[in-house]
Design a protein. Structure first.
Length: 392
C-alpha cells in the first residue's frame, strides 16, 4: 500500500483542481487572443537550456533562482528557466536582424524558482508577458502599459492602480554625485528600506558633499500622485539633463495614460527601484487592494539586448503570473450552474449524432457507464420519446 505521506508536494509547488484549472485555461486562451489582436506574435521558448546561454546578460539573483542539473548526453550544466524574459530577448535578437520594424512578441508558460520570493508565492508560476523591441519612443512604453492593463481587464481584475518610476532619476543622481558602482548599489539597497536615517548614515561614510546627502534624502519623499513630478523637477534641480528628462518622460506617460484611462489611479515613487540592475528607463507595476505585492510589472530594459549580441538595443515589456490573476478574478465561473447532459449507454446512430451535435454547440455531455449503478451529477437527460432522441 502506498504511503500517503509520499503525496506531499514540495513547498511552493501546487496542483490545480478542476474549477481553478478551468478558470486558468479560459483566461490563458483569452489572453493569447488578446496578444494576437494587438499584433504580438506568440512564441514558446524552451523549458530547459544550457546554463551559459540561459543566464546570458542576467543578474546574480536570477542565477540563484535557477534550478541546475547535468545533461546526461553532453555532460554540460543545464538550467530550468526561472524567467522567460531573457529567453524572449535572445529570440528577438535573431528576429530583429531580419526586420527593421519594431518586433512584438508574447509568451506564456511555466517557470520554476529554486526559492520562493515570499512564503505565499508559488515556486512554479505560469509567467505571461509581452515585449516590444526596436523602438525608443515613449509611446512604446505607453503601449506596453496599456496592454498590461488590458490583460488585467480581460482577467476580470478590478480596482487596479498603477505605480510608476524611472531608474534614470537615481542613476543620473548617483553618477553626478560621483558614487562608485559599489556605492551606488549599497545606497540603492538602503533606499529600498525607506529609512532617511540610514541614508544619511551611509552617505556620511562616503564623505559626500552635504548638498548630495540632502538630495538623496529628499528623493525618498518624492512619492504621490502626478503633482509630485513637478515638485521633483525643483527638488532635484542639482541633477543633470538626464534626470530632468527622466521626470519629463514620466509626465508624458502620465498624460497619455490619463487620456486613455481617466479613472486609473496613478502613483509615482522616484525611490522605488526594485528592478534597478535590470531596467534602464521607466518602470511600472500594477496593484490591487488587499494583495500584498504587485500583480504585474514591467519596464524598459535596453541593455539586455546588448548582452544578446544585438545592435538594436531598445526593449520594453511586462510580465505577470497567470496563477495570481486566476485567483484574483472578480468574476468566478459558476461551474455548478453549468448544464451537464447525461446520455444513456445505448448503441444508436441517431443518439451518437445528437451527442456530437450538442458537443459541437459547446454543451457538456457525459455518458452513463455500464459498470456504474449511480448516475453522475447532471442537469438534463437524453431520452428517447416517440422514437426520437431529445434532451429533457
Amino acid at each position: 500500500m502506498s504511503d500517503i505521506n509520499n503525496w506531499v508536494l514540495p513547498e511552493g509547488i501546487e496542483e490545480l483542481l478542476p474549477d481553478e484549472a478551468l478558470r486558468l485555461e479560459k483566461i490563458r486562451r483569452d489572453l493569447i487572443d488578446l496578444f494576437a489582436s494587438w499584433g504580438y506574435q506568440f512564441v514558446i521558448p524552451p523549458l530547459i537550456e544550457f546554463l551559459d546561454s540561459l543566464l546570458a546578460g542576467t543578474n546574480s539573483e536570477l542565477a540563484l533562482q535557477t534550478f541546475k542539473l547535468t545533461d546526461q548526453i553532453s555532460g554540460k550544466t543545464l538550467g530550468i528557466r526561472a524567467d522567460m524574459t531573457p529567453q524572449i530577448a535572445r529570440m528577438a535578437a535573431h528576429h530583429i536582424k531580419k526586420c527593421d520594424a519594431p518586433v512584438r512578441l508574447s509568451y506564456l508558460g511555466t517557470v520554476l524558482h529554486a526559492r520562493g520570493a515570499q512564503i505565499e508565492k508559488s515556486r512554479s508560476p505560469i509567467q505571461l508577458g509581452a515585449e516590444l523591441y526596436g523602438s525608443q519612443h515613449i509611446k512604446s512604453d505607453v503601449e506596453i502599459i496599456q496592454l498590461m492593463l488590458e490583460v488585467l481587464a480581460v482577467s476580470a481584475i478590478q480596482h487596479v492602480h498603477l505605480d510608476l518610476g524611472h531608474v534614470g532619476v537615481y542613476r543620473g543622481l548617483a553618477q553626478q554625485a560621483g558614487l562608485t558602482t559599489s556605492q551606488e548599489g549599497e545606497l540603492l539597497d538602503v533606499l529600498q528600506r525607506k529609512s532617511s536615517d540610514e541614508v544619511v548614515e551611509l552617505l556620511e561614510t562616503y564623505k559626500l558633499d552635504k548638498k548630495w546627502v540632502n538630495v538623496f534624502v529628499q528623493l525618498l519623499q518624492l512619492n504621490g500622485d502626478v503633482t509630485v513630478l513637478e515638485q521633483a523637477k525643483k527638488v532635484l534641480k542639482l541633477g543633470d539633463a538626464s534626470v530632468q528628462q527622466a521626470i519629463e518622460e514620466l509626465q508624458e506617460i502620465a498624460a497619455l495614460l490619463q487620456q486613455s484611462y481617466p479613472s486609473l489611479p496613478l502613483y509615482f515613487d522616484l525611490a522605488e527601484l526594485r528592478c534597478y540592475r535590470y531596467q534602464t528607463g521607466v518602470v511600472f507595476a500594477a496593484f490591487v487592494p488587499g494583495f500584498g505585492s504587485e500583480i504585474a510589472r514591467g519596464g524598459r530594459y535596453d541593455n539586455l539586448m546588448i548582452e544578446q549580441g544585438e545592435q538594436v538595443r531598445s526593449a520594453t515589456g511586462f510580465s505577470a503570473d497567470l496563477k495570481v490573476l486566476t485567483r484574483l478574478m472578480a468574476v468566478i465561473l459558476d461551474e455548478q450552474a453549468k448544464e451537464i447532459i447525461l446520455a444513456p449507454d445505448v448503441l444508436d446512430e441517431n443518439l451518437q449524432g445528437l451527442i456530437r451535435e450538442l458537443r459541437t454547440a459547446g454543451k457538456t455531455v457525459i455518458m452513463q457507464l455500464p459498470d456504474s449503478s449511480k448516475q453522475p451529477n447532471h442537469t438534463a437527460l437524453i431520452a428517447k420519446v416517440n422514437d426520437k432522441w431529445s434532451v429533457s
